[in-house]
Design a protein around this ligand. Structure first.
Ligand code: FES
Ligand code: FES
Length: 251
């Protein structure tokens, strides 16, 4: 900052324009003056506002009592000690490195984390792993059989049912469950006649409604609907039979 008079302090901020003019001082701010001045002010303000947050985050987290659970993951029985606050999604990804199941929102809104729990689809980010004790979990890594893709996986490939692929594992697991639900006559919000759901037609509207819990940010929906239709048309009977069986590896 420079002034053409020997004044070392800037004008009083509460001074009026006339007061300032009266000093006959022409203040000249360089860009550097401005950056140094405002940077220092912002730094002080930021330090003041984040200090409590930092102090809060530094509070020691109470150690949790570990719990032992047994869980079947993709046909393999596991037993382990876990923190009871661990979500099923984190158990799969962090403990077992099954990273095919994706963490999108971590709030139950996108469906990227969909897995089968005893054959039913759930959002694994919303399930505590401890509540899955004694149950059977199927992830995207567990649906191919003896080196052959699951028909739904193949249908996604055949119909370009993905773009970046981030949502795809959840979409595929959801579609596998959808085929089972449809084969059991489970109605959806758009099923026209709830009194006879056993032979209802799995229309594109039905597929869209039943897949609506899985969001695709790439907008690959036309390919996804086509893939589910292909999988349904070609394998509905086989998928229904195997989903009801005990050997989930043959889904
Ligand atoms: Fe679970 Fe989005 S990560 S619903
Ligand atoms: Fe990219 Fe669905 S393919 S989010």
């Amino acid at each position: 900052m420079a002034c053409n008079e020997n004044i070392t302090n800037p004008p009083d901020p509460s001074a009026t324009v006339d007061d300032i003019s009266a000093t006959r001082c022409e203040w000249t701010w360089t860009r550097r003056d401005f950056m140094v001045g405002t940077g220092a002010a912002l730094g002080i303000a930021a330090a003041g506002s984040t200090a409590p947050a930092l102090a809060q985050s530094e509070k020691p987290v109470a150690a949790a009592k570990m719990h032992s659970i047994r869980i079947d993951i993709n046909g393999e029985p596991k037993q382990l000690e876990i923190d009871p606050r661990t979500s099923l999604l984190d158990l799969l990804r962090e403990h077992f490195h099954l990273t095919g199941t994706k963490k999108g929102c971590d709030h139950g809104q996108c469906g990227a984390c969909t897995v089968l729990l005893d054959g039913r689809r759930i959002n694994s980010c919303l399930a505590l792993a401890i509540t899955c004790d004694g149950q059977r979990v199927t992830t995207i890594e567990g649906i191919a059989h003896e080196g052959r893709l699951h028909p739904v996986q193949q249908a996604f490939l055949d119909n370009d049912g993905f773009q970046c692929g981030y949502c795809t594992p959840g979409q595929i697991i959801s579609a596998v469950a959808l085929l089972d639900e449809a084969s059991r006559g489970t109605a959806s919000f758009v099923t026209p006649d709830l009194r006879s759901t056993h032979n209802f037609e799995l229309t594109d509207s039905e597929i869209r409604e039943r897949m609506s819990g899985n969001i695709c940010r790439c907008g690959a929906y036309p390919g996804i609907v086509a893939a589910v239709r292909q999988a349904h048309d070609s394998t509905a009977n086989r998928a229904a039979a195997t989903m009801h069986g005990d050997d989930h590896a043959t889904i």
